[in-house]
Design a protein around this ligand. Structure first.
Ligand code: SAM
Length: 283
């Protein structure tokens, strides 16, 4: 396992993932009923963007760095508020030194009645994560393979739940693993919400993952994408996407407003494209 998220924290892929995650949680926490969230690939939870790793790639500068430096129109600011308010709370003197990973966003948005399952396979990162979340009675940290974590956690005892699947895509069969994970998760709790992040290095890669998810037969699935440059082989991360099964009913319209605006900010040389479409319509 070579991948460490500290090198990539706050990049444009994180901005898409975390802004949408915060919108989904904002909706799911509006009702009092308890909620469970499984973050199957959790990372270390919180990142120092002035640290050696983030400094080495500088990826965050074209992600959260550029987003925080440009004031947004009020409708976009409203949609981003659940996400950006967490960053502002972590950096009371301004700036973006402390950047929240998905576990920190989840922790800050969930309530006393909710349950948070954080899973991370890398032993060192898991230890960092565990010590960071020690003392929060809502949180359980595990170090299993993500597939096993999904199997163990589902079905949640709570009727409402979210599963975040956010692998590093560093192994060749990762796409197949993701499909099997979602398939398994749906079998165990078809009504849960599943969010799968994927990189777009070539359009074919994103499209084939979406096609494979469609074959699982779940209705009510969105595909949301933000592209920041023209994709072609060897050009690195040109954008990223999120597949969301059983999204909040409000999310499609929100993302129709938010994603083009995000793409405009994050896109290189004005080549930004943000879009959302139904992969399978709601029943
Ligand atoms: N979700 C995190 C966030 O948004 O802050 C970032 C996660 S990062 C993209 C992917 C993480 O998955 C890495 O920390 C990596 O160590 C972990 N990982 C890789 N393979 C895994 C596996 N099979 N099971 C669980 N975690 C894995």
């Amino acid at each position: 396992m070579n991948y460490r998220h500290a090198f990539h924290a706050g990049n444009h892929g994180d901005v898409l993932k975390h802004a949408v995650l915060a919108r989904v949680l904002d909706y799911m926490t509006a009702k009092d009923k308890p909620l469970a969230v499984l973050d199957a690939h959790a990372g270390i939870g919180l990142y120092d963007l002035t640290g050696v790793e983030a400094f080495k790639t500088g990826e965050w500068e074209q992600g959260i760095g550029v987003l925080m430096s440009k004031p947004q129109p009020p409708d976009i600011e409203n949609l981003l508020a659940p996400y950006l308010n967490i960053i502002r709370a972590l950096n009371p003197s301004g700036g973006t030194q402390h950047y929240p990973g998905s576990p920190e966003i989840i922790r800050r948005m969930l309530r006393t009645q909710d349950r948070i399952l954080l899973n991370e396979l890398h032993p060192e990162d898991r230890n960092t994560l565990a010590s960071r979340f020690l003392g929060d009675y809502r949180v359980r940290v595990s170090g299993a393979d993500a597939f096993q974590a999904v199997k163990t956690a589902l079905p949640f005892t709570e009727r409402r739940g979210l599963v975040l699947i956010d692998p590093a895509f560093e192994v060749t069969d990762e796409t197949d693993r993701v499909i099997r994970m979602v398939q398994h998760g749906l079998r165990r709790q078809a009504a849960a919400t599943f969010m799968v992040w994927y990189p777009v290095t070539t359009l074919e890669f994103g499209d084939s993952l979406c096609d494979a998810i469609k074959t699982l037969g779940a209705a009510n699935t969105l595909d949301a994408r933000v592209m920041v440059k023209v994709p072609h082989q060897d050009a690195g991360l040109a954008g990223s996407g999120l597949i969301i099964i059983n999204p909040p009913w409000t999310l499609h319209d929100e993302l129709q407003t938010l994603l083009p605006a995000l793409a405009l900010v994050l896109g290189k040389s004005k080549w930004g494209k943000g879009s959302v479409r139904w992969l399978t319509p709601p029943r």
